[in-house]
Design a protein around this ligand. Sequence first.
Ligand code: SF4
Length: 66
Amino acid sequence: MAKKKAVVNQDTCIGCNTCPLVDPDTFEMDNDTFKAKVKDTAPEVNDKTEMAVTSCPVGAISISEE
Ligand code: SF4
């Protein structure tokens, strides 16, 4: 089965800091770009990740299958 992975669109993200609050295991803010990124240590996509996708005000997070 393909592994699902969260992806943050760097062009769309406005750095609102919501996704790291909703799913801190998966997302963190990048201190250089002030945008969110997916952690290297992110677990498999889970309920919190899905919630972050729907919580993002600009729809910058998507789930891709590798
Ligand atoms: S919730 Fe969306 S806009 Fe806000 S930091 Fe995360 S990806 Fe960026």
